[in-house]
Write a protein that binds this ligand. Structure first.
Ligand code: ZN
Length: 307
């Protein structure tokens, strides 16, 4: 079976792996995200070493922080585009990896990548419409609609939806540099620290931070439920390691929907509807491997049509 390389490129760290799926990862490295040339070169060197030691790779997948250009027909396909991250704006990420290794490269957002990994091997198996959210230093969302990863004008930016904010109950202004109190600005990790003066993981499970956090996340979820009609919602990332959030979020989603959607998935089986990732913290890098598999399949399909 062909081997694949995966790069989960986060704003703070890169995870690179070689393998075929969750039960077959042959090698893995992680390193802090540095300037683009340096980080991309580190990833390429890792894959070259692996190739020198054994079977060659068939393709590489990149699940990247963004914003990115995921449109294969665009002249800037594979670029990290307008990111405020120093040095990374308009970096030809996929092109640099593809040229260095002479391989097909699959490329998407980190959250669409993780969604694809969950679809292939995790909590979204057998579904065709679902979303994957990560809540950590930021809040990102991706997923599938009708069996295809969600693209369009660009890609979803679910963290930046606007939600009601009761300034009387919560005077924290939010941290988003564009919007202040968008969903990300009010609920991602830095908001917990900014509002309560200490990092989320140091707050006890019965702290009032958590019902407020669950309220904001549930406001986001009811908007996504009503617009995309997901069959399941997967929530990962550092903030969701606080497992006491899951029952709080589920109850709040039910309360906010107020019996409008009379569906067993929401009224009776919400424990199976709003869930942690089946692949845990490995959804991202495994998703990158899934992107590589799809890139190879697309190339082989194109060659088949051409020949
Ligand atoms: Zn925002």
């Amino acid at each position: 079976m062909a081997l694949f390389g995966g790069i989960e490129a986060g704003g703070t760290k890169f995870v690179c792996a070689v393998g075929t799926g969750p039960d077959d990862i042959r090698a893995e490295i992680r390193f802090p995200t540095g300037p683009p040339q340096e980080s991309i070169q580190q990833a390429v060197a890792f894959f070259q070493e692996q190739q020198a030691q054994g079977e060659p790779l068939a393709a590489v997948g990149i699940a990247s922080f963004g914003p990115v250009d995921p449109n294969p027909d665009s002249p800037t396909f594979g670029y990290v585009t307008t990111t405020p991250k120093p040095g990374w704006a308009f970096t030809d990420f996929a092109g640099a990896v593809s040229r260095a290794l002479d391989l097909p490269v699959g490329f998407d957002t980190d959250v669409n990548g993780a969604a694809l990994g969950e679809h292939r091997w995790g909590a979204a198996q057998g579904l065709d419409t679902f979303i994957y959210l990560t809540i950590g230093t930021g809040l990102g969302g991706g997923g599938m609609v009708n069996g295809r990863l969600i693209h369009g004008l660009m890609h979803p930016e679910m963290g930046h939806i606007r939600i009601p904010h009761d300034w009387g109950k919560d005077p924290y202004p939010g941290f988003c540099i564009y919007h202040g109190d968008c969903l990300e600005g009010l609920s991602a990790g830095p908001a917990l620290e900014g509002r309560w003066g200490q990092r989320g993981e140091t707050l006890p499970p019965d702290h009032p931070a958590w019902p407020l956090e669950a309220h904001y996340l549930a406001l986001g979820l009811v908007n996504f439920i009503c617009t995309l009609s997901p069959q399941r919602i997967i929530m990962g990332g550092g903030v969701m390691e606080q497992r006491q959030l899951f029952p709080l979020i589920r109850a709040r989603v039910q309360a906010l929907l107020n019996n409008y959607l009379q569906l067993p998935a929401i009224l009776e089986r919400i424990d199976e509807y709003i869930v942690p990732p089946g692949l845990g913290s490995r959804a991202g890098v495994l998703g990158a491997i899934a992107l590589a598999q799809d890139a190879l399949a697309r190339q082989q399909g194109a060659q088949g049509e051409g020949g």
